[in-house]
Ligand binder design. Sequence first.
Ligand code: PLP
Length: 425
Amino acid sequence: MISTRPFAHPDARSPLFCDGVSLDTLTKNYGTPLYVYSENQILHRLRLFAGAFESIPHLVCYSVKANSALAILKLLDKNGAGFDIVSGGELERILRVNKASAQRVVFSGVGKTAAEIDLALRSGILIFNIESAGELDLLAERASKLRKRARIALRVNPDVFAETHPYISTGLREHKFGVDIRQARAVYKSAAKQKYLDSSGVSVHIGSQIRSADPFGAAAERIAQLVRELRADGLPIQSVDVGGGLGIEYHSEHSFNPEDKIQQYALALLRKLRPIENLRLLLEPGRFIVAQAGALLTRVLYVKKNGEKTFVVTDAAMNDLIRPALYQAHHDIVPVVRSKGARKKVVDVVGPVCESGDFFARDRGLPELKPGDLVAILDAGAYGLSLSSNYNSRPRPAEVLVDGKRARLIRRRETMDDLLAPEQI
Ligand code: PLP
């Protein structure tokens, strides 16, 4: 059985490993900060989805925004996944990996431009998730101009409370996403008048890092009702895209069983959607697939005291992993090499960026750390590098993908030349 986390100490005296690879050794080869991902864990999570939904025709469209490394996209592509994209740039990534996979792409996002729509039409993507009447008009215009048919699903806003951080909750009427479910039929009616548009689906995405299955069930119930109404209106609705959003547990002291989680999630959705005949489910998981497969390795630069507080300053910062600063998100932090008898100390783990919000942990009890020590920030595989920036002119970290006992560099560390290339004096 594959454990929830691929990062573990094989025995009391060894350093932290990712599957069969010592992280201590890895940083000697590739330096820090360094993102490390486990191929086995990513595939395991993908297979959990396939297993949980085997009773219904479905396609898992991995949400590229969670981690858009080409090597990870290729791994998922080879294993049958489709993709959920939100920009022309993400589509370019899929095309780079495998042009033929465009037919397994769903295109979400509230602000698609004409150029992005054209690229998607020419590439022959599976379906457009339309987020407004204005976008529908633009797609109709571009499709007729290019003489390309487009399958569409309206992303509806079901007004369901997602029980997550307000920044990653998307399914309430007050949010910018989707179209109010009460207006959906009218929008589909106007879509039906467009020669090049085929209304073939309905889509929804209520938010991210949602740990209870209940909000998914509530959204599915409303979507099921809408599908029945649309079919009664004569529209050949064939697919429901239930979005992503299934959460993970970031605190290792809380128990978390991904197999159970996915079963509960599938049950909540299928209870409402399986009774509808001839329906294909599209799923857009991101975090659940990649978050726990990844860690950010960073080295301690300094340990300093200010007043009562002790700060552990690392060489990674909020520009490399912004989740704690942006959402006050928790990430477990563990020393890569355990020093015998190290006492626990309460510290803040912070980066070198000039913002007080640049922290990875606050008032956290950790084994005493000293300059030069290596720590792993766990569960950093999703919304880590993909949300990173060059703030403070900091080159982004390298990325390594581990396959059993083998590790390979999938993104080299950025250089200052990379950062300065687009600029002119
Ligand atoms: N689909 C859409 C439209 C999204 O906006 C997101 C992210 O918020 C996802 C899928 C993936 O969500 P998650 O990573 O929580 O599964």
